[in-house]
Ligand binder design. Structure first.
Ligand code: GTP
Ligand code: MG
Length: 194
């Protein structure tokens, strides 16, 4: 990744850039580490805003990378204080985004490697799969003690096997220890060239 800059924020997908640049979207549960991973990939401390408080990212945030592709930070799902109304609003917006965004090359679904498989993550991943939306998994915060033995990652993959014959590509990442950067960027480059 040579250059990165904030491009624009949008409440709705029909307001998103229309220049046709290919796009990779980052999504996952609130607080899973989306913004931190984006900053790690870009090697910038504050490209995307991070916070200890869940629900910080509410817009579709576009970052322009190498003047050639967009990295999009999407609002997170499933934090405890979220009301039913907020949740269904989020679902509508994300459905809209994923079903309408034709320049989307692939989504990165971030999964916390410190917790057992979460139903909300499985539901979301299955929804993408059912709608034929290309995605990969990025397990986050692998530097943490509870992630060390890889049991939660393995359990998540096992759960996916209940639904899918073929598992999506998966990356192990840590924003803190800068793990997985080369793997993720190599994948992006190869996806851009096919
Ligand atoms: P929302 O935008 O609110 O949905 O959150 P987010 O998914 O963008 O998460 P964010 O990057 O803001 O990080 C949430 C918290 O997790 C922060 O306190 C980070 O410091 C912490 N965190 C993120 N990545 C890592 C990591 O790789 N390792 C560790 N140990 N902590 C991390
Ligand atoms: Mg964020």
């Amino acid at each position: 990744m040579k250059t990165s800059s904030f491009h624009s924020s949008h409440a709705r997908v029909d307001q998103a850039p229309k220049d046709g640049r290919p796009e990779f979207a980052f999504i996952g549960r609130s607080n899973v580490g989306k913004s931190s991973l984006i900053n790690m990939l870009a090697q910038r401390k504050e490209l995307a805003h991070t916070s200890g408080k869940p629900g910080k990212t509410q817009l579709l945030n576009y970052y322009l990378i190498n003047d050639s592709w967009f990295l999009t930070d999407l609002p997170g799902y499933g934090y405890a204080k979220q009301s039913k109304k907020t949740r269904s609003k989020w679902e509508k917006r994300m459905e809209n985004y994923f079903l309408k965004r034709q320049t989307l090359v692939s989504a990165f679904v971030l999964i916390d490697s410190n917790v057992p498989p979460q139903e909300i993550d499985l539901e979301f991943v299955n929804w993408l799969g059912e709608h034929g939306i290309p995605f990969v998994l990025a397990f986050t915060k692998t530097d943490r003690r509870k992630a060390k033995d890889g049991a939660h990652v393995a359990a998540f993959q096992e759960r996916l096997k209940e639904y899918w014959e073929e598992l999506p590509p998966a990356f192990l990442t840590s924003a803190v220890k800068e793990i997985g950067r080369d793997e993720v960027l190599t994948y992006v480059e190869s996806a851009l060239n096919t």
